[in-house]
Design a protein around this ligand. Structure first.
Ligand SMILES: *Cc1c(COP(=O)(O)O)cnc(C)c1O
Length: 385
């Protein structure tokens, strides 16, 4: 057994990031400025995005997108129960009604075949989540959106570097929201990016910064003037140059990070796919998974212990894990407001009961990965029926 605890997903920050942050701190400009601008440009170029807006979180990006599209009270937004609360909280923030649609049994992404029956005259948008980094069926979702004249706002918090049919997630003209939270594939500690059509992004930029018709940092620079106009009661969602200092270097390393994530996922797949008590994640042939999460599913009926005890056993073996996610409809706020029962979304609920997210990040060395594999297989050996 290991002698130190293996944390679930520590960030990988190296000297370049640290030195860039120090340089920024010693400069005259620490909030949104030239480095944030450069980070937006480099992000846009790398992922072929039409336009990009750096913000202080993915939650801010999702909220800004909904407001910019004019979604509000009386409107409905279709999304998935298998997501982090932020994807659904933002729909509540704008006063719209989240409409949950159950997920596909293999990818655990929103099931396009179930979307159409959830559409009403009040439906304004579909908000799919690329769960764990496996892209949703974008072609089917766009087709439904076109047929009913709906917006598609992608929660791509997990999907940085993922591709659907060869194209990067974020390279399309609809709003796409990325997260740079500490555990995500690229981190700025906290941060996010909103991509989409240039005209939409310029409107979103104003809404994300007080509704001011001029960027603050331009106001204080040589070519700026003191004059601005408030055209909307906007938010305070801007990214700082300190965060962008991290992002610029993380972006330069994203290829290496992704190669390592893929290698680790492959090692797990090879070790677990022949074990009949375990179900490994899928990757459809025409997508590229970003491997933000490695979600192992237990075949509960063939084990003497449940998921919670399995996690305790891993913990005893000094392996940190997590569960992604407690489905939205089980949380008290949503359960009480909309009267949800666990069985309302049976695929989400039944998979929630048997899922474990294993450590997966570029910080892991082969010995760490081997330790995780040995721990999982040891528990399986002991508790197999
Ligand atoms: C992390 C996450 C978010 C929120 O990202 P923040 O940058 O922390 O706001 C939203 N959706 C999903 C699916 C996430 O995993």
């Amino acid at each position: 057994m290991r002698d130190t605890f293996l944390p679930f997903s520590p960030p990988l920050i190296e000297d370049e990031e640290i030195n860039e942050v120090i340089k920024t701190l010693k400069s005259d400009w620490i909030t949104t400025g030239p480095k944030t601008k450069r980070f937006e440009e480099e992000f846009k170029n790398y992922f072929n995005a039409p336009s990009a807006l750096a913000l202080n979180s993915c939650t801010a990006a999702l909220h800004t997108a909904l407001v910019t599209l004019g979604i509000g009270p009386g409107d409905e937004v279709i999304t998935t129960p298998m997501t982090f609360c932020a994807s659904v909280n933002v729909i509540e923030h704008v006063g719209a009604r989240p409409v949950l649609v159950d997920i596909e049994a293999d990818t655990l992404n929103i099931d396009p075949e179930k979307i159409e029956t959830a559409i009403t005259p009040r439906t304004k948008a579909i908000l799919p989540v690329h769960y764990s980094g496996h892209p949703v069926e974008l072609d089917s979702i766009y087709e439904i959106a076109n047929k009913y004249n709906l917006f598609v706002i992608e929660d791509a918090a997990h999907a940085l570097s993922a591709r659907y049919k060869g194209k990067f997630i974020g390279s399309t003209t609809n709003p796409v929201c990325f997260s740079f939270y500490a555990t995500k594939n690229l981190t700025t500690a906290e941060g996010g990016m909103l991509t989409g059509d240039p005209e939409f992004i310029e409107k979103a930029r104003i809404i994300s910064l007080h509704g001011m018709s001029r960027d603050a940092w331009k106001r204080y620079s040589k070519e700026g003037s003191w004059y601005y106009e408030v055209v909307f009661p906007g938010f305070k969602y801007n990214m700082t140059d300190i965060q962008a200092s991290l992002g610029l270097w993380q972006l330069k390393k994203i290829d290496r990070f992704q190669r390592r994530r893929r290698e680790i996922a492959k090692m797990y797949n090879e070790a677990f796919s022949k074990e009949e008590t375990l179900e490994v994640p899928v990757e459809r042939p025409y997508v590229e998974h970003s491997w933000h999460l490695y979600v192992l599913r237990l075949k509960i009926e063939s084990l003497k212990i449940g998921r919670d005890e399995f996690i305790e056993e891993l913990n005893k073996r000094k392996i940190g894990t997590s569960v992604h996610f407690i489905p939205i409809h089980l949380h008290p706020y949503y359960k009480n407001k909309y009267g949800f029962k666990p069985a309302d979304f049976p695929v989400a609920y039944s998979n929630y009961l048997r899922m474990i997210s294993l450590p997966l990040c570029p910080r892991l060395n082969n010995k760490d990965v081997q330790d995780v594999i040995e721990a999982v297989l040891d528990i399986v050996r002991i508790y197999k029926r």
